[in-house]
Design a protein around this ligand. Structure first.
Ligand SMILES: CC(C)(COP(=O)(O)OP(=O)(O)OC[C@H]1O[C@@H](n2cnc3c(N)ncnc32)[C@H](O)[C@@H]1OP(=O)(O)O)[C@@H](O)C(=O)NCCC(=O)NCCS
Length: 208
């Protein structure tokens, strides 16, 4: 099995929206994702893809699928996230892993990767909002040094739940500590990283 971290594309929106509906009471619409991926100039959406080798296929299945050898690979989106960068602020707009793939360290990869993207975009701090009842996500953020800045009352419109606004200041010392933690994470869960230091495809369009 191999993990691949990369920018979200329009082709990913359908599976991402399917996970979104399982992960959130207030999921985003497909149009919102398409806007973030195609139009917004300050958004850095990410997906974590994994590829699994499948068992060898019988010869007649191989012929039917047009494959030349006995193995084929299965791709799936394990999770995704969204980051906005406006001036010195980086804002994590969303993060979720597929319910079947939670507890494997993959949510941590997504969070750490967005923090690293923010560092390479030269943000001074990262903020996010989280439901006061969502202790799983709060644990993840606290593990990476986020602290609660304030309570935003009735932030979530489905049930008027309050949010904690959490912040990670990107001081030189925090960045140094983060980089050590990121290297350890990469050693624990090797993944191909085409996101944290890779320019957004939209910038390459302008260079071409
Ligand atoms: C929050 C979420 C992304 C975490 O993803 P995940 O892949 O399960 O998390 P990981 O396996 O990478 O765990 C990372 C850390 O999260 C915390 N965590 C994960 N599962 C937890 C659980 N069941 N109970 C308590 N803390 C938990 C821990 O701090 C954990 O670190 P540890 O393994 O060193 O204890 C995932 O639960 C999710 O998609 N939730 C629904 C969407 C959501 O709430 N998003 C956040 C919006 S603000």
């Amino acid at each position: 099995m191999s993990l691949h971290l990369r920018y979200m594309s329009a082709a990913d929106v359908k599976p991402v929206v399917a996970i979104d509906h399982q992960a959130f009471d207030l999921p985003w619409t497909p149009e919102s994702y398409l806007y973030e991926v195609r139009e917004s100039t300050h958004t850095y959406m990410v997906v974590l893809d994994f590829e699994q080798e499948q068992a060898p296929l019988l010869p007649w299945w191989r012929r039917l699928l047009g494959l030349h050898n006995g193995h084929h690979a299965h791709h799936d989106i394990a999770g995704y996230g969204g980051l906005w960068k406006i001036q010195s602020e980086a804002h994590i707009s969303t993060i979720a892993t597929h319910p079947d793939y939670r507890g494997r360290g993959w949510g941590e990869i997504l969070l750490a990767s967005m923090v690293r993207r923010a560092i390479f975009l030269e943000a001074s701090y990262v903020i996010l909002e989280v439901r006061v009842s969502n202790t799983v996500a709060q644990n993840l953020y606290t593990k990476y040094g986020f602290v609660t800045r304030r309570v935003v009352e009735k932030y979530y419109r489905n049930n008027n739940e309050d949010a904690y606004e959490m912040e990670l200041l990107l001081t030189p010392q925090a960045i140094e500590e983060f980089e050590a933690r990121f290297a350890a994470l990469l050693a624990r869960h090797p993944f191909v990283d085409d996101y944290t230091t890779t320019p957004h495809p939209r910038s390459q369009r302008y260079l071409a």
